[in-house]
Design a binder for this molecule. Structure first.
Ligand code: ZN
Length: 203
């Protein structure tokens, strides 16, 4: 009997989409279609689903720190992680983490890495004052540097980024830039869901 199995009895996992007991994202609610692939400059993004319906529900549950949902998402993401890569979760804002006490994306990373023979490194940090983007050119440039990366965690290593949702892709790009500056190699990002404009979605 594992501690996890005891927890599962006391607090049964519940689907973020339809509330059925047994798993954080059930077979009926999880996407049955292949992942969505997007090319950003210098970065390939793999998304489990479009940001809508049950995928949106799963992302919101994750933001609430739901461990059962994080485990289910980790299971789904694991097959897309390159063997031996270092998995770097995009850090949640310091404020949100303080409120929830938990970083949902880091939980997904841990669950996925345990299955995929990868290692999680919490290499990125958000700089203070990251929340709003400025209007002047100087402020925009400062916002571009809103992540800093620990050199010892990534230098000379192959890194895969992980995040919950990708909208414009600017957060993933900023994280990739910080990792490259620290000497890491990053070509791939995996996200739970991607929010596309309608024109992109039909392309
Ligand atoms: Zn469900």
């Amino acid at each position: 009997v594992t501690w996890q199995s005891v927890l599962d009895v006391l607090f049964p996992p519940q689907c973020a989409g339809c509330n059925v007991l047994g798993t954080g994202w059930c077979g009926a609610c999880a996407p049955s279609t292949p992942p969505v692939r997007i090319a950003l400059p210098l970065l390939r993004v793999t998304a489990l689903a479009l940001y809508a319906g049950t995928a949106r529900a799963a992302v919101l549950a994750l933001k609430d720190g739901r461990r059962d949902v994080a485990r289910a998402l980790g299971n789904m993401i694991a097959p897309y992680i390159e063997r031996g890569t270092f998995l770097v979760p995009v850090p949640t804002t310091a404020k949100r983490k303080r409120v929830r006490g938990i970083d949902g994306v880091a939980l997904v990373a841990q669950a996925a890495a345990a299955i995929a023979d990868a290692r999680v490194v919490l290499a990125l940090e958000q700089r203070a004052g990251d929340a709003q983007r400025g209007r002047t050119r100087e402020e925009r440039l400062a916002a571009r540097e809103r992540f800093c990366c620990d050199v010892a965690s990534v230098a000379g290593r192959r890194v895969t980024l992980l995040d919950d949702v990708c909208t414009t892709g600017s957060t993933l790009q900023d994280c990739a830039t910080a990792i490259r500056k620290a000497g890491g190699v990053v070509e791939d990002a995996i996200v739970v869901a991607v929010a596309l404009r309608e024109a992109d979605a039909s392309a």
